[in-house]
Design a protein around this ligand. Sequence first.
Ligand code: UT7
Length: 316
Amino acid sequence: MPKIPQNVRGARFTGWGTSLGHNTVTNEDLTKTMDTNDEWIKERTGIHRRHIGGSTAELSIASGSAALQMSGVDPLSIDALILATTTPDRCVPATSATVQNALGLRCGAFDINAACSGFVYSLVNAHGLIAMGAERVLLIGTDTLARITDWTDRNTAILFADGSGAAVLESTTGSGHLLGWDLDADGSAEEILFAERGGYIQMDGKEVFRRAVRIMVDSATKSMNAAGVTADQISVIVPHQANIRIIKAACERLGIPLERSSVVIHETGNTSSASIPLALFGDFGQVKPKQGDLVLLVGFGAGMTAASAILEWGAQ
Ligand code: UT7
């Protein structure tokens, strides 16, 4: 569990934006192509509707450009673009190259694939770049899972969707907002959640569920220990939006009341790399952090990866 060294240059968010797949698909719509029903999906997953459509580059350009606009920074002053995605538009080049050009950036650009933990992986890497002298990093988490979902498979199609969330991270004179972090992976669990090249997502849902709760709690605990904070000090938890029952179980085990959890899954479904930024920056009536709040981001995903971070919201 690495600790952040003292006097390292910190960073904080100065702008953000989100985008969703172009078309809304309700649970009722899904009943036309598979044996399922609205009541089961709502009760067993918390999902009411999801949004699908658009490429990873398109959704990233929309959220990235909103984040740049909110921060007010010149695109030419961005030193790096990190795009977290499991669904790049092409094998080569990285989708970040397409997005970099479209947003008018002139900087290094690369993709990170850590599945649904991707945004937190990117956030930690971006802080590393800022500690090494970068002034501004544009972070984007985007997935277009509709393209790798079999829309006749009720085991997966009820869950997955498309979306994007982005943030501009700028260096600070003080220690910044990141107080602790944890990145984890267990490659021995690869077979419970995967998609072959050109194929659809295959998932052992029950096993993913079982492990998800454990690794979220484990990662969150490591981050809290690294930051020297306890669960009762966390004002807002922003968990990966995979299943409301996973969120409830993880909150319960962490001792964080569900009311402090950002929940947007009813509107977004599971958007993988976009899930945490949509829950943090989106506008779906969810709980939001206020200045000075301690925020816990925690994700898990295929790999199986896990990642978490403790942020002091608005820290200079
Ligand atoms: O980013 C990470 C990605 N993945 C995840 O996080 C997935 C984690 N797992 C899950 O979210 C849940 O395991 C699922 C939502 C995938 C499935 O929920 P479950 O409560 O584990 O359902 P189950 O597979 O145990 O099935 C319970 C019942 C079964 O019927 P019987 O045998 O009890 O009569 C299923 O046949 O529900 C039935 N069922 C459905 N019924 C209507 C399973 N899927 C559906 C469905 N619609 N879509």
